[in-house]
Design a protein around this ligand. Structure first.
Ligand SMILES: [Zn+2]
Length: 137
């Protein structure tokens, strides 16, 4: 049986490239999961490849669990301070490091467009012409 489906990596690359061309630079991991039908768990195993390639960077945002107000953005999980936050918008208090208040999003870098374009717009290479030796007379 031949599997003709696109690899998850290609699916993600095409999706991010499309979003980038639409002017979208920040994509939530849940949105990526829904739109590509790739589970978040699977995404988390593939995304490091993109980070390595410089296509993406990750941002962690602290969101109020009640009203979704942003209470800080961090480039690394380890940069998030452990503290209690009181959201004045909705009178909710919560801890920064509780799982449900951290939103993981992906920032698409400038390099993505060019890198994504390469495999799909490779110039057509003609096979070298074989010069037949002159036929013996
Ligand atoms: Zn709030």
């Amino acid at each position: 049986m031949v599997d003709t489906r696109k690899s998850p990596y290609t699916k993600i690359l095409e999706y991010l490239d499309k979003k980038y061309n639409e002017g979208i630079r920040q994509i939530f991991i849940e949105t990526l999961s829904q739109d590509t039908s790739i589970s978040v768990d699977r995404l988390l195993t593939i995304i490091p490849e993109f980070l390595k390639d410089g296509h993406l960077s990750v941002r962690f945002e602290i969101r109020c669990p009640t009203c979704n107000e942003n209470h800080g953005s961090y480039n690394r999980m380890s940069d998030i301070p452990l503290k209690n936050i009181f959201c004045e918008d909705c009178d909710t208090s919560f801890y920064t490091l509780s799982q449900e208040v951290i939103d993981v999003s992906l920032l698409v870098s400038e390099r993505l467009g060019g890198a994504a374009a390469k495999p799909f717009f490779r110039p057509l290479v003609k096979p070298p012409r074989f010069n037949a030796p002159p036929s013996p007379l």
